[in-house]
Design a protein around this ligand. Sequence first.
Ligand code: BGC
Length: 745
Amino acid sequence: MKKKEKNYDKKTEKEIEKIIKKLTLDEKISMIHGATLFKSGAVDRLGIPGLATSDGPMGVRAEFMDDRWIPCGNQDDMVSYLPSNSALASSWNTDLAYAMGHVLGEEARGRGKDVILAPGINIKRDPRCGRNFEYMSEDPKLTAALAVPFIKGVQENDVAACVKHFAVNGQETDRLMVDEEIDDRTLYEVYLPAFKAAVQEGNAYSIMGAYNKINGTHCCENKRLLDLILRMEWGFDGTVISDWGGVHKTIEAARCSMDLEMSVFPDFEEYNLAKPLKEAVSKGEVSEDMVDAKVRNLLRMMFRLKMIGKHKDGRKAGTYNTVAHRQAVLHTARESMVLLKNENHILPLDAKKIKKLVVIGANAAKLHADGGGSAEIKALYEICPLAGLKMYLGGNTQVQYVKGYHVPEKSKTFEQNWQAFSLDDLKDTNVGQIVRTEDGDESGTLRKKEEERLARIEQDKAEIHEKNQQLFVQAVEAAKDADAVIFVGGLNHDIDSEGFDRTDMKLPYEQDALIEELLKVRKDLIVTFVGGSPVEMPWRHKAKAILWSYYAGMETGNAFAEIIFGEVNPSGKLAETFPAKYEDCATGMNGQFGKWGRIRLAEGLYYGYRHFDRQHIAPAFCFGHGLSYTDFEYNALTLKAEKDRAVKVTFTVKNTGKRAGAEIAQVYIAPIASKVDRPDKELKTFSKTELAPGRSKKVSLILKKEDFAYFDEHLHDFIADAGDYEILVGASCDDIRLRGIVTLA
Ligand code: BGC
């Protein structure tokens, strides 16, 4: 594989060398590990500040104490709560990805941060991964297409994006120790492309090494991943930051491209890249050059961020909670919601005809910002669906809300996110130490905690069942007497969370049973969800309308109401497959998910829609699916050979309905008679086109040579075989509207 040349600014590099000469070993070491929970060490003598980092993907996290996982309780650290990456990805809108990156970067800088620990771009391999809500898609192309503008949006504010979690971080179970066994072809074709694009096209200044191991070695100590792939093959010259507690061994981390060790412990001098590193240098086990290399990468980023150097005074100041930010968040929320089903055009509802609306379900009135783990946000405000509906309808419409199903209170233990969990409240249980054992969870404490969590879920079931008896009756009674009934259910961050995975793909709190009951009395029930990952919908053939919203940020309720009443025409499409049942997924079949110790990615390339295609299994809702209140027609496909084995794909999209709307057209490549086994089809590019009723537009997209390629393990490079390829243009993965064949020379 061709090595990527680094593109250094020579003057800056000289400046960096001058600074390195002035630094003592102690000063250098102080710069490359945490000096507080979110900040690296400063060298005041030379005017080098510490690096201020903050989570996370859905907004800038609240301020924490320097040495304890306790929020400071400030009144000035509320921020804009952005749609989760899963929501953003469902918009398939690269302009919005850029806009959300811009808001996040501007708010991070406004809060005085240098690095924002986002975006999370891991590939969704299994629908049960607890952090899927933080990630974009199951598809590498779609993830890359959105990550690149997002990063650019962040970084134009003189704040670094820290793209995470590099790499193959696909489950939360045993997340600190799990070993992901993967072959090179799968690694290069599925799990690396979005990171490569983030580095090479997005020009990300920093990247976060993941917790897990890949083929036996922790990512944060993984020479192959960090030195060979990231630095040499991709030419990355930014900073590698460890996930918090992701470094386990001093020498290994010192000898590879791990630049900054962060962790969850307050004993900062004991970090691997602190005192132990100094000892290793003095014993000659690690050379000072290796320390210099890390400092160099950090300083280069500081120059880029204008934290130091002659452009320092020109550094952007940022701001937070602006009206413009809220509007951008609202716009994204509108485009993120996915209309899964709409029989007989039951939606949108006509607000004028509704005198009484009944809203059922705990998620109608639930706020989600403050949950999920490190992605939690102290939102300036959050409008829930119920508030959105009421604000939209105003005082002349009667809106009756009934909870419908019972959600148990979280126990004190589960209220803490994993980070707090591993420290203050549980110091005496030794959980903190677990992270430090080399061979994993020797004392079994984490496993025990997980068992307790599962037992608690079981206990909760009895409580839920008991309380639901009455709630169901109330809901069914209320549903009988209304002009329209909207159910708002789904998940929440007790379930979609960092630190653990879901045990199944079912709706919690007996929601399926309630929906079945409601459908008996209301054939016209509008079923809607807020959630971060797919759920089974066994009743889906009976429901006429189903609307899905991911955690869509502070303006969720407004966007929700606008879509329900047709003020906004939905235009989101699924960025991941919604299987009919968990057992249908690749990982559901091979059992290689959610285990402790070792996971084999046995399905290789065949996960998500690639698996459903290959196995001829119909999912409940396929990748790329999403309806509109209008209809679109696809016509006139032409394929034209361009320079350098590229192909220009041209077609027209026409809005044949009566409302304005936007259509996401997807272009897949299906190799014909390939030399090697390849997925039946793979997404390669897409476009989102807004169209007034009756109007049509010509869409032209380019397929590059690389889009036809697969990774050849023997040559260690991507190869595009000459021959025929079918080009499929569709409204979704399972709704292909146009087909053509190109022959690659
Ligand atoms: C998470 C990261 C996060 C970091 C700092 C870790 O537990 O995995 O995504 O950025 O903590 O809060």
